[in-house]
Design a binder for this molecule. Structure first.
Ligand SMILES: Nc1ncnc2c1ncn2[C@@H]1O[C@H](COP(=O)(O)OP(=O)(O)OP(=O)(O)O)[C@@H](O)[C@H]1O
Ligand SMILES: [Mg+2]
Length: 224
């Protein structure tokens, strides 16, 4: 059922990347170096305002660095911090449909919609108007859209911020399963400020003072 996820392994490489927003003197991201070369569940933790969302926008090319090089060979999907910034369509089914990136039969489409809604705990929500969804349900819809979109690298910006603990665990386990599938690997870069989520990661790094620490195993992760 996971055959819709591309199999090619994505690569992301940052070399001495610096970035400041227009009009700001200080670099928010400062000589940042890191690579992601394997599939897996990658997490970045950092304080409010440390530049986590900015880092994701640099990775997917929404903004460009002032200095340094970003190399990316990945088919990137994005789950924004605020679901209202990304949902376009009036109901769950139509939102999922505009994220399907393939020419496939109605039967396959329906199967995939059912599958991704189940993965995020939104079974039976297919016909539901978006304006009737809670914030957490909207967030889970955007995650379902990322899953159905045939990407091999998904950026998730604090995807559990609006979720209760049950939904939080369900979404964490879904991403963990997809990133652990060796036949059809998926990579996910997950931003969080919830330290209890880090144990689900394969690798963890901290963004602080514009700099991303080296990747560490969650069991050995130390805050600077
Ligand atoms: N478009 C923009 N123009 C100017 N400053 C910005 C812009 N977007 C973000 N910033 C500033 O850059 C800094 C980092 O923002 P960013 O959203 O990347 O942080 P964050 O780590 O994701 O924070 P949070 O944990 O609150 O989501 C903040 O001080 C923010 O006000
Ligand atoms: Mg943010």
């Amino acid at each position: 059922m996971l055959d819709f996820l591309e199999s090619e392994i994505p690569h992301i490489h940052f070399k001495d990347v610096s970035f400041s927003y227009p009009g700001e003197k200080e670099n928010l991201i400062l000589k940042c170096n890191f690579s992601i070369k394997k599939t897996g569940f990658w997490m970045v933790v950092g304080n409010n305002g440390s530049g986590k969302s900015t880092l994701l926008k640099l990775i997917n090319g929404i903004i460009k660095p002032n200095n340094g090089i970003i190399k990316s060979k990945a088919n990137i999907g994005m789950v924004f911090q605020n679901p209202d910034h990304q949902i376009l369509m009036p109901n769950c089914r139509s939102e999922l449909l505009i994220n399907i990136n393939q020419n496939i039969s109605d039967y396959e489409i329906n199967k995939k919609i059912e599958y991704v809604l189940d993965q995020v705990g939104l079974n039976g929500f297919e016909r539901r108007p978006v304006h009737t969804l809670s914030g957490g349900q909207k967030q889970r819809l955007t995650i379902a859209c990322a899953l159905i979109s045939n990407r091999n690298f998904i950026l998730l910006d604090e995807p559990t911020a609006l979720l209760d603990q049950t939904s939080q665990l369900k979404v964490l386990k879904t991403i963990k399963n997809l990133t652990s599938d060796h036949k059809k690997p998926l990579s996910a870069l997950w931003i969080t400020h919830r330290y209890e989520e880090l144990i689900y990661a394969d690798s963890v790094a901290e963004l602080k003072n514009g700099f991303l620490s080296g990747w560490q195993q969650p069991s050995k992760f130390q805050y600077n």
